[in-house]
Design a protein around this ligand. Structure first.
Ligand code: ZN
Length: 471
C-alpha cells in the first residue's frame, strides 16, 4: 500500500493573527458521467483561458511604449480599454450568452480561471510581491489545463466518503485520513493527474492561534546545513547524506518508453497508452523524491531546534550558459553539454524544493525553526580558524594551515552554522602562518574545540563546537 504521505500535500501559513490553513489531498473517485463532465469542463476552461491570455498579449503588444522614446514609428492600434481582471470577469456574462455551453460550468470556477490568467500575466509583467518576475505565460495545449478551482465551497460539503461540489453533485473520494478536528473546508481544487483525479481541500481553523516559533539559536541547539550535488546535505555535526538520484535510476526505462511511444502513429490508441505510462513513471519519480525529502527533513529536525540553511538561488545555478561565438560567426563550445548534465542532477535532487518548502513546513509543524543564511564565502573560509582559503569548484577537500582537514561541504556546513550564529566572514586574511598578521587561534580541550576570533576592532569573539573531527 502506498503511504498516505504520497497523497497529502500540506501547507501551513503561520503568522501572527492569521488563522491556520492546511491543505489535505484525497483521491477522488468520480463515476463515468462525472469524469466526462469534468473533462469537458477542463477543455472549456482551457479554451477560454487561452482566449483571455491572448487578449492580454494583444493589448500589451499594441499599447506599450518605451518611457524614454517617442512612439512615432510604431503602428497605431485603435485604443481600447486594458483587459484587466475585473473587465475580463465581466466578459463572462457575454461569453455565456454567446456560448451557452459555458453555462454548465459553475460561475466561481469560471472566475477562478480568470484569476489564473490575471496571476500568470501580472507575474510576467510586474512580478510577484517580492518583485520576482516569471517567464512569459504559455498557451495551454491539450491536457495542459488540469485543475478546476472552487474558490469557495460549503463547510459541510464532506459527508462520509462523498464530497458535494456545486453543479457537479456528490463525488466519491477515499478518505485515507480524517479531516482534522475544528477545521472547516474553505476551498477545493480538483486536479487531473496521471493516475486519476484528486481533490485538495483547503481547511482553516480560526480558533487556534497560529504557532509563533521563538527559539534563540545557540551552539548546542542549532545545526548548519550545506547542500550540494556531491552531498545532498552536509551538516555541521559532520554527517553527510548522498543525493538519491531517483530520476537517473529510471532514466533508461523512461528513454525506452519514450522512444517506443514516438514510434507509434500520432493519435493512435497505442500511443496514448504509452503516453500514460510515461506520465505515470514521471509521477512515480516525483513521489519517490518527495517521500525521501520528508523523511530526511524529519531526521534533520530530530537533531536540532534551529536549522541554518543557505539562501540559495538554484535557478541561477541551473541557467544555460551564454553561447560563445568565434570571429567568423561560428559557435564555439561553451561548456553547456557538461552543464546540462549538472542541471539534470540539480533538478533530480530537488534541493530548492527541499530547502524552501519541505524543511520550513516540517519545522513549523514541529515547533522548530529554519533560518536562511547568506552563503557568501561559506565555501572559501576555514571553519576552524576563519582564515581565507581560496578553492576551485573542483577542490572537494578542505585543508588549511591551521590543521583543519575535512570534506569541503562539511567545512561549509560548520561555517553556515557560524554565520547563522553571528560570525561575519568579512576579514580577508590569507591562509599562511608566515603572514605578519596574527591568525585567529584555536585550541583543543576534551574533544571540545574552543577558538577565538579577533575582530577588526580588536575585540574577541569566542566559539566552541562539540565536533571532534576537525583536527
Ligand atoms: Zn584554518
Amino acid at each position: 500500500m502506498l503511504s498516505p504521505l504520497l497523497f497529502c500535500v500540506t501547507v501551513i501559513i503561520a503568522g501572527r493573527g492569521k488563522p491556520i490553513i492546511v491543505s489535505y489531498q484525497y483521491r477522488l473517485k468520480p463515476n463515468y458521467e462525472q469524469r466526462c463532465r469534468l473533462n469537458s469542463w477542463l477543455e472549456k476552461l482551457r479554451c477560454q483561458y487561452n482566449y483571455l491570455l491572448a487578449d492580454r498579449f494583444d493589448w500589451w503588444e499594441n499599447n506599450r511604449t518605451y518611457i524614454d522614446s517617442c512612439p512615432l514609428i510604431c503602428s497605431i492600434a485603435e485604443p481600447r480599454e486594458q483587459p484587466e481582471y475585473y473587465r475580463q470577469k465581466r466578459s463572462l456574462v457575454q461569453l455565456k450568452q454567446e456560448r451557452p455551453w459555458y453555462k454548465d460550468i459553475h460561475a466561481h470556477v469560471l472566475q477562478d480561471m480568470v484569476k489564473r490568467v490575471d496571476l500568470a500575466f501580472s507575474r510576467y509583467i510586474k512580478g510577484d510581491k517580492n518583485g520576482k518576475r516569471s517567464g512569459k505565460p504559455r498557451f495551454k495545449g491539450k491536457n495542459r489545463y488540469r485543475t478546476i478551482g472552487f474558490p469557495s465551497i460549503k463547510a459541510d460539503c464532506v459527508n462520509n466518503n462523498r464530497i458535494t461540489f456545486p453543479k457537479l453533485g456528490e463525488i466519491k473520494f477515499i478518505q485515507h485520513r480524517p479531516l482534522p478536528d475544528g477545521f472547516t473546508v474553505k476551498r477545493a481544487l480538483i486536479t487531473k493527474k496521471a493516475d486519476g483525479w484528486y481533490v485538495t481541500l483547503t481547511l482553516e481553523d480560526k480558533s487556534v492561534p497560529s504557532l509563533t516559533v521563538d527559539i534563540q539559536p545557540t551552539e548546542e541547539n542549532s545545526l548548519g546545513i550545506d547542500s550540494g550535488l556531491e552531498f545532498f546535505v552536509a551538516c555541521s555535526d559532520s554527517t553527510t547524506v548522498k543525493p538519491p538520484k531517483f530520476y537517473r535510476q529510471s532514466e533508461d526505462k523512461l528513454t525506452k518508453l519514450q522512444s517506443k511511444r514516438d514510434s507509434r502513429k500520432l493519435g493512435s490508441k497505442a500511443r496514448r497508452k504509452l503516453n500514460q505510462k510515461v506520465a505515470k513513471l514521471h509521477q512515480k519519480i516525483a513521489r519517490q523524491r518527495q517521500q525521501w525529502h520528508y523523511e530526511l527533513a524529519n531526521q534533520l529536525l530530530d537533531k536540532a531546534d534551529v536549522l541554518f540553511v543557505e539562501n540559495l538561488k538554484i535557478s541561477n545555478m541551473s541557467r544555460r550558459n551564454k553561447p560563445k561565438q568565434g570571429e567568423d560567426g561560428t559557435f564555439l563550445p561553451n561548456g553547456q553539454s557538461a552543464k546540462s548534465g549538472l542541471n539534470k542532477s540539480f533538478a533530480d535532487a530537488g534541493i530548492s524544493g527541499f530547502l524552501n518548502e519541505i524543511l520550513p513546513y516540517k519545522a513549523a509543524k514541529a515547533g522548530k525553526k529554519v533560518v536562511k543564511v547568506n552563503p557568501k564565502g561559506t565555501s572559501r573560509y576555514c571553519a576552524i580558524c576563519l582564515n581565507y582559503v581560496p578553492k576551485e569548484l573542483s577542490d572537494r577537500w578542505h585543508s588549511c594551515d591551521c590543521g583543519a582537514s575535512m570534506a569541503r561541504d562539511i567545512n561549509s556546513g560548520i561555517l553556515i552554522k557560524k554565520v547563522g550564529l553571528g560570525v561575519r566572514l568579512t576579514i580577508k586574511r590569507k591562509s599562511s602562518r608566515s603572514e605578519e598578521e596574527k591568525p585567529a587561534f584555536c585550541c583543543l580541550s576534551n574533544e571540545r574545540l574552543e577558538y577565538v576570533m579577533r575582530t577588526e576592532d580588536q575585540g574577541e569573539v569566542r566559539f566552541s563546537t562539540a565536533s571532534a573531527i576537525m583536527l
